[in-house]
Design a protein around this ligand. Structure first.
Ligand SMILES: [Zn+2]
Ligand SMILES: [Zn+2]
Length: 147
């Protein structure tokens, strides 16, 4: 077993069943493949892990499963460095993505608490800010440009 047991802890089969869907071996296999990424993992990485265990599963099936998991809120996806990074949904968190060197820094959620409250108050808009990738320049690249 992998050390990352988050999808067992979250009991995905139950969450899928509660919404009236079946937990097929394919879906379980694809969830496992995301889990094995330990953090963000690309479609190609997920697909390669799935292929190693079940060569008959094609790309379209994996894409459909990823869409399905996103709709159920089981996984996060974000544009990071020109790729979509997938990961098992955990508590809300964000990423600072340097467009110059590609470095990805984690960002806690508290920066967005005020923003969410304002959007709801002033616009009646319930923002879903669970997982943002914010593009920009990291401190190192910024220094290099300014010097
Ligand atoms: Zn993330
Ligand atoms: Zn940088």
């Amino acid at each position: 077993m992998e050390q990352d047991m988050s999808h067992y802890r979250m009991n995905y089969p139950d969450r899928i069943r509660k919404r009236g869907f079946r937990v097929t071996p394919q879906r379980q296999l694809i969830l496992d493949a995301i889990c094995e990424g330990e953090g963000h993992t690309t479609f190609d990485e997920i697909y390669a892990r799935v292929q190693a265990k079940a060569p008959a599963i094609n790309r379209a099936t994996v894409y459909r499963a990823l869409d399905f998991f996103r709709e159920l809120g089981l996984i996060f996806a974000a544009e990071i460095g020109g790729h979509t990074g997938y990961e098992i949904a955990s508590k809300p968190h964000h990423h600072l993505v340097c467009r110059c060197c590609g470095k990805v820094e984690d960002l806690t959620d508290y920066h967005f608490h005020d923003l969410s409250a304002h959007l709801l108050e002033e616009h009646g808009f319930k923002a879903e800010l669970d997982h943002l990738a914010i593009p920009g320049l990291c401190s190192k690249c910024l220094k290099a440009i300014e010097s």
